[in-house]
Design a binder for this molecule. Structure first.
Ligand SMILES: Cc1ncc(C[n+]2csc(CCOP(=O)(O)OP(=O)(O)O)c2C)c(N)n1
Length: 310
């Protein structure tokens, strides 16, 4: 695995001058991911979403690697098509470079509208990495809820008030949906644990087939926290068991960080305006429900790890 020193000497794949918000975790994650990809030729695609909008304002680009802009729904389809064309050219002897392929999408473009193209790309077994930067809502269009938005989060289309306590439904577990496709590699990560993310990207790109990394990416305006808290919140998501970082390969689960004493979920929630209503008197039962759900999912994950490594 590349050391920090080695990484610092590599050519940046995402450079300065883009217009992401101060404190944006997704732009940090993409930068880390492209550094991890190394200096091998890399072809990327990204669907409509914050990261595409802020990095490719015509006539500029912040991408130092080849990038195709896709519609909202087809990052996986486009990049898998390029990978197929590359394999054909290689077979015909017209190209001999070793090229790696990475598709990016936000949670709206991945959990929701691009799910079919991602599912198809994995089923066809293209050798490509798909990264979902999951900021848990449709952020660039005005903070609307997505199927990645957690239960009780306030968004502009699930406003917390007297009618609903924020989003009334639970979050979709996309990582497990992808694992059910039997990919070559799948993982959850967050830029707060950056060396873990880097190691996962290296593993995913080395895997012989489709790979997937779901990266929790805190969003300053959408989640409503002070912009110097991004990495702290990324870590708290893991330390409170809200976002376990784990990986899956060859049928085996591995949890990469098991807090000895998990912090209470409220430590993660209380820093964010989207959960502020949960701290008001009368909403204790919602906090309990959220904590119980996090505990339940953690127990299931622990059992999966035990069952597949026994
Ligand atoms: C088929 C289609 N529907 C809706 C839109 C409008 N649209 C563009 S980006 C976006 C939300 C993207 O959300 P997400 O993928 O979560 O990325 P984020 O903005 O949070 O980075 C929407 C609704 C579109 N471009 N195409």
């Amino acid at each position: 695995m590349a050391s920090l020193k080695e990484l610092s000497k590599r050519t940046e794949g995402l450079v300065g001058g883009h217009r992401a918000c101060a404190g944006c975790a997704a732009s940090t994650a993409i930068r880390q991911i492209l550094l991890a990809a190394g200096d091998k030729p890399t072809v990327t695609g990204i669907c409509t979403g914050c990261m595409e909008v802020v990095t490719t304002i015509f006539p500029y680009t912040a991408w130092n690697v080849n990038l195709v802009h896709n519609a909202f729904e087809n990052s996986a389809a486009t990049v898998s098509g390029m990978e197929a064309a590359y394999r054909a050219l290689k077979r015909k002897g017209k190209i001999d470079a070793e090229i790696q392929f990475i598709a990016f999408g936000g949670d709206g473009g991945t959990y929701d509208i691009g799910l079919q193209s991602l599912s198809g790309a994995i089923e066809r077994r293209h050798k490509m990495l798909y990264v979902c930067y999951d900021n848990e809502a449709y952020m660039n269009t005005g903070y609307q809820r997505s199927s990645a938005t957690p239960y009780c989060a306030h968004t502009t289309t699930s406003p917390a008030g007297t009618k609903i306590p924020g989003k009334p439904q639970k979050r979709k577990d996309l990582t497990e949906i992808i694992i059910a496709h039997d990919p070559a590699y799948a993982a959850q990560a967050t830029p707060g644990y950056y060396m873990d993310l880097i190691r996962k990207v290296e593993k995913a790109l080395a895997a012989d087939g489709p790979s997937f990394i779901n990266v929790l990416s805190p969003c300053v305006p959408g989640w409503g926290y002070p912009l110097n808290q991004t990495m702290n919140i990324s870590k708290l998501a893991v330390e409170t068991l809200f976002w376990p970082i784990y990986e899956w390969q060859d049928g085996k689960y591995k949890i990469n960080m098991k807090p000895r004493e998990p912090k209470p979920l409220v430590d993660f929630l209380k820093l964010q305006a989207r959960f502020r209503h949960l701290l008001k008197p009368g909403n204790e039962h919602l906090l309990e429900e959220l904590q119980a759900e996090v505990n339940r999912r953690w127990e299931v994950l622990l059992r999966k790890e035990q069952a597949t490594n026994g």
